[in-house]
Design a protein around this ligand. Structure first.
Ligand SMILES: *Cc1c(COP(=O)(O)O)cnc(C)c1O
Length: 365
C-alpha cells in the first residue's frame, strides 16, 4: 500500500465542478483584485471566526507581520515567540526590525509553555505571538492574563488551526488579532498563496488593510509606507467554496486522529495529547520517538509518507545565527526537532489506510 503524507485529491474531487464554475465566473467578470469575491469572503470568514473584521492579504506571513507593523512595533522592541513553530512566526517579528525572543513549549501540548513566558519579558517586550501549533489551540487564558498584566499585544498565529476551538470559541477571536495562512496544505487552503488577518479592532483592521495596499486608504492617496499584499479575487472565490466544507473536512481529520490515538500501541511512540477544553483540528498528527529517523525510514520503506515539523529549530537555523543562541539553550525545541515525526493526515483517508499506518507503526521494533 502507498499512503502519501498529504493528498488533496479527495477534497478537490468533491468540489471540482464548483471550483471550475467559479474560475469561469471570475474570468468572465475580468476583475481580479479587490472585488466582490474578496468582500464576500472577508464577511464570511469573519463570521466563521466570530470576529467583526477580516482583511485578506497575500499570505500567512504578511497576516502576522502587518498587524505588528500596524502597532508600530519595530527596531529595539522584543516580541515573545514560541521556540517550537514554523519560522514564519519569528520572521514576521524580524521584518518589523524587532527581535523575536523564544519561549519553550511543553512536550505535552507542543505549544508555548505559559509558565515560561514571564521570565522572558523585559521593558522592551511589546507583544506575544500565540501559535496554535499543529492545530492545537495555545493556552490563551494564561497568555491573555500575562499580556494584560504587562500591557502586551497578543497576535494569534492561527495558520495551522482554522476551525479549532478553545473553550468553545474559535481561534482567531481570542487575542487582539490573528493571522491565518491559506497555503494549499493548510486545513483551509487556497489554490495558491493567500492569507487573512482577523480582529474585532476596527482601527487595527483598517490599518492592516491600508498597509497591505501600498499604505493607501483610498486610491493614489498614501498615508503609510505600505506593502503590496492582497488576496486576489480568484483565490477568494475558491476559498469561499472551501470554507463551506471546512468543518466537515476537519471532522474527518479528527476521526482519523481518533483512530490513530486508539490504535497506535507501540511503547516506543509518544502520541499527541489533546489539551482539555480544546478542539484540536490536527493540521499535523505529531508523534514522538527516540529512534525517530529509524522509524521514518521504516515507514517510508513500507510506502508511508512522513514529514518532520520541524527538523531544525529556528534558533539553530542560519537565518537566526545573529541571535547568538547556542545549541542546548532551548532543549525542548531541540528535543522536539530530534524526535517528532508527522504521519499521514488529510481529508478522506480510508479505514484501510489508517489501519495500515497503525499496524505498520505497531510493527516497528
Ligand atoms: C504556514 C505558516 C505560516 C505562514 O504562512 P504562509 O502562507 O506560508 O506565509 C505562519 N505560521 C505558521 C505556524 C505556519 O504554519
Amino acid at each position: 500500500m502507498k499512503i502519501p503524507f498529504v493528498s488533496f485529491e479527495k477534497m478537490h474531487d468533491e468540489i471540482k465542478d464548483e471550483l471550475t464554475g467559479k474560475f469561469q465566473q471570475v474570468l468572465a467578470k475580468n476583475w481580479f483584485i479587490q472585488g466582490e469575491e474578496l468582500a464576500k469572503f472577508e464577511e464570511e470568514y469573519a463570521a466563521y471566526c466570530g470576529v467583526k473584521y477580516c482583511v485578506g492579504v497575500g499570505n500567512g506571513l504578511d497576516a502576522l507581520f502587518l498587524p505588528l507593523k500596524a502597532y508600530g512595533i519595530g527596531t529595539g522592541d522584543e516580541v515573545i515567540v514560541p521556540s517550537n513553530t514554523f519560522i514564519a512566526t519569528a520572521l514576521a517579528v524580524s521584518y518589523t526590525g524587532a527581535t523575536p525572543v523564544f519561549v519553550e513549549p511543553t512536550l505535552e501540548s507542543f505549544d508555548i509553555d505559559p509558565a515560561r513566558i514571564e521570565e522572558k519579558i523585559t521593558d522592551k517586550t511589546k507583544a506575544i505571538m500565540a501559535v496554535h501549533l499543529y492545530g492545537q489551540p495555545a493556552p490563551m487564558d494564561e497568555i491573555m492574563e500575562i499580556a494584560k498584566r504587562h500591557n502586551l499585544k497578543v497576535i494569534e498565529d492561527s495558520a495551522q488551526a482554522h476551525g479549532a476551538l478553545y473553550k468553545g470559541k474559535h481561534v482567531g477571536s481570542l487575542g487582539d488579532g490573528a493571522g491565518f495562512s491559506f497555503y494549499p496544505g493548510k486545513n483551509l487552503g487556497a489554490l495558491g498563496d493567500a492569507g487573512a488577518f482577523v480582529t474585532d479592532d476596527k482601527e487595527l483592521a483598517d490599518k492592516v488593510r491600508a498597509l497591505g495596499n501600498y499604505g493607501s486608504d483610498y486610491k493614489y492617496h498614501h498615508i503609510y509606507q505600505g506593502n503590496n499584499s492582497r488576496l486576489d479575487e480568484m483565490q477568494a472565490a475558491f476559498l469561499r467554496i472551501k470554507l463551506k466544507n471546512l468543518d466537515r473536512w476537519n471532522a474527518n481529520r479528527i476521526e482519523t486522529a481518533e483512530k490513530y490515538l486508539a490504535g497506535i500501541k507501540n511503547p516506543e511512540i509518544a502520541l499527541p495529547t489533546i489539551m482539555p477544553d480544546t478542539k484540536h483540528v490536527f493540521h499535523i498528527f505529531a508523534i514522538r520517538c527516540a529512534r525517530r529517523d529509524e522509524l521514518e525510514k521504516f515507514l517510508n520503506e513500507k510506502g508511508i509518507g512522513t514529514n518532520k515539523h520541524y527538523p531544525i529549530p529556528m534558533h539553530l537555523q542560519g537565518a537566526y545565527e545573529s541571535l547568538g543562541i547556542k545549541k542546548g539553550e532551548l532543549p525542548l525545541a531541540e528535543e522536539i526537532s530530534a524526535t517528532e515525526l508527522s504521519i499521514p493526515m488529510y481529508y478522506g483517508m480510508t479505514e484501510e489506510e489508517t489501519g495500515y499506518v497503525i499496524d505498520t507503526i505497531n510493527a516497528f521494533k
